[in-house]
Design a protein around this ligand. Structure first.
Ligand SMILES: CC(C)(COP(=O)(O)OP(=O)(O)OC[C@H]1O[C@@H](n2cnc3c(N)ncnc32)[C@H](O)[C@@H]1OP(=O)(O)O)[C@@H](O)C(=O)NCCC(=O)NCCS
Length: 185
């Protein structure tokens, strides 16, 4: 789905465009995904595991654009993506399609400026508008920055998967499942 472009500001007063990711952004999205995978230990893939070709990424973006209950949004700085969020269903079967999951990533040089908070607000808003009843986020248990942000935005911890992630240094990291109820009473 496409949504209306908007301007957002950082805590330091910088202004950026937040808009729907289009097929033409495929290369910038792949560069973003590789860069952030190298910058943060809290993403599932290592940079070499971001394997999509530009054409494959265009296809993925096309799916997000076509479907009514999916959205991929980026914060754009010139020709660079500096933050990205997407909302998609946990599963398409009847019993799971009321639940959405979101991804949320910001380039390291822009951390702590409030961009993550903007992205999460917009992900929650679209998940609500799409009619999802819950929005879920899966987080490394040692990702204090993300946990603080999610709790601040009303997500609650629903459980942990022990040793969910194993990193190349041989260490294990638990996964925390965070969820927010989107029912409007
Ligand atoms: C998690 C992430 C999206 C947050 O984005 P961001 O733009 O830095 O988020 P914000 O600036 O809106 O908020 C960060 C909050 O964490 C706080 N924070 C910073 N460092 C922290 C730390 N070590 N421990 C706890 N909180 C911390 C900040 O003070 C801020 O809270 P505040 O607004 O109440 O002061 C970003 O750090 C990121 O992309 N990380 C790598 C990928 C990732 O972990 N994604 C989440 C996967 S679920």
């Amino acid at each position: 789905m496409r949504v209306i472009e908007q301007k957002i500001s950082t805590k330091r007063g910088g202004e950026y465009i937040l808009r729907t990711i289009m097929k033409e952004d495929a290369e910038a999205v792949l560069n973003f995904r590789r860069d952030v995978a190298g910058e943060s230990p809290f993403l599932i893939r290592y940079p070499y595991e971001i394997e999509n070709s530009i054409d494959k990424e265009k296809e993925v973006i096309g799916n997000y654009l076509r479907a009514e209950h999916l959205v991929m949004l980026g914060i754009i700085d010139g020709d660079r993506v500096i933050g990205l969020t997407s909302v998609s269903p946990v599963g398409l079967a009847f019993k799971t399609r009321h639940r959405a999951t979101a991804e949320l990533v910001v380039r390291k040089e822009f951390w702590n400026l409030g961009l993550g908070a903007h992205l999460l607000d917009i992900a929650v808003k679209h998940a609500e508008d799409f009619g999802y009843e819950r929005l879920e986020l899966n987080v490394f248990a040692d990702n204090a920055r993300a946990l603080r942000l999610y709790k601040k935005k009303g997500f609650i911890e629903c459980g942990q998967i022990p040793q969910a992630f194993k990193t190349m240094d041989g260490k294990y990291h638990d996964e925390v499942i965070m969820s927010k109820n989107l029912w409007k009473h």
